[in-house]
Ligand binder design. Sequence first.
Ligand SMILES: Cc1cc2nc3c(=O)[nH]c(=O)nc-3n(C[C@H](O)[C@H](O)[C@H](O)COP(=O)(O)OP(=O)(O)OC[C@H]3O[C@@H](n4cnc5c(N)ncnc54)[C@H](O)[C@@H]3O)c2cc1C
Length: 481
Amino acid sequence: MGTRFLIVGGDAAGMSAAGKAKRDDPEMDVVVFERGSWVSYGACGLPYYVKGEIADLEDLQVLEPRKIIEERGIDLRRHHEVVGIDRDRKAVTVEADGDRYEESYDALLVATGGSASLPDVPGTDLEGVFSIRSLEAGRALKNYIAPHDAGPDREREREQAQSGTGPIRTYLNEADPEAVAVVGANKIGLELAEAFLQRGLTVHVFHDEPRVLPSFGAEIAEMVEDHLEEGGAVLHLGTAVERFRGRDGRIDSGETDGGTVDVDAVVADVGVEPSVDLAADADIECGPTGAIATDEYGRTSDPDVYAAGDCAEKHQRVTGEPVHWPYALAANRAGRAIGRTVAGEPTRVGGVVGTLVMKALDLQVARTGLVDHDEARAAGFDPVSATITTISRAHYYPGWSRIVVHATADRDSGRLLGANMVGEEGVAHRINAVATALAAELTVEETGNLDLGYAPPFGPVWDPVLGAAKVLGGKLTDESE
Ligand SMILES: Cc1cc2nc3c(=O)[nH]c(=O)nc-3n(C[C@H](O)[C@H](O)[C@H](O)COP(=O)(O)OP(=O)(O)OC[C@H]3O[C@@H](n4cnc5c(N)ncnc54)[C@H](O)[C@@H]3O)c2cc1C
């Protein structure tokens, strides 16, 4: 009999592990338990679905369940929730269709993902207050803010609302909302702000910190803020939402420390909590970030139990510390590595350097590594930074636009620690050169010597990354003299 590999969670981490394990060892008995109906989906596309650029939720599905079962030979069990792990007996308890049963394992992967937090204020239970992590939540949000959009999702939503069925609470909203609040000016919040603006809604963005996108670094925030305001968003920065108020159970305003704002819907992006209850109840250790602690192969404190994706910690390669980094590539990569390990080829899950890119209306915004001096100091570095403003094409080539690059290094070693960038073009992929330099632990001087490509339509001769390294290198030299 082949190895019995059980997987809890049928999205990025879980399905990557299942696919790789089954490919590498076709004799393996691979079972995936997914409590919902969607598997192998791209939640990252939800803001563009809400915007209306992606018509049907089904389009976000990467692999159809039928293909997973018939073509890949994976025993996929949807609507099956794993409710307990017995590590002594190496078995899980599963609930499905009102029944409970047990399945034993040789290896178990916990890939339970994360959940989106709501602000800890009164009124989050009102109709029209959303956080989005699941596809169903994305559908409910879209149908609430765009009730007259036609299409298959609208029909499904109507059926669910009328029958009271469906995985999350859904509402029939016949009135077109006029104003929406985004609480949390973070990546997903601002992507949704763009979607709402595109739909012609008045968009209020509330953030209790003084700048948008704190994890992307303050130096580039101003350009993003100006751009959002030009695009019609109303920013309430340094403003904490204190409660939501409603009428007849439905949201109608948000109360802040600066006054009351009328809104018809609210979407929160205030953080992602790793879903660790299943593992923690089985006394599997969580690390300092609150996510499940794992070794370099993704093993938990129990060597027969692995964890991957948003529920598990990752290794931050620049700081050397564990982080909770709830993003897609890390989940897919760790899942794939664990699948390979379980199939007999021990494979490291790899670390992250903290690369993130996003679109805010017409701007591309990117960050990697350590961009905040306090964070760099906490990791034992002595940070020095330089900011340059350059252009996205050769100055004589029509259509160039401004790119701002802010780069940070360690004063003693000269090691590059991170960078953040913003501009209308040539930013989202350019950050990858810096991410590669961080992974290779290059100094600023070595980064400045990289042989990066040049042609007038794509950048100046001195690529913005090289330009930033040149200025930062000069600063390091001046300060050491
Ligand atoms: C709106 C949005 C935009 C995003 N944009 C980006 C982006 O641009 N770039 C990026 O890198 N990342 C982005 N992400 C994050 C990315 O989607 C996640 O990092 C990724 O989906 C994590 O995959 P996962 O497999 O760890 O967890 P999940 O995708 O959360 O999947 C976990 C699965 O486990 C199931 N499950 C949980 N508990 C149980 C149980 N006990 N039994 C059975 N099943 C269970 C859940 O139903 C779920 O399907 C975005 C996320 C959202 C919501």
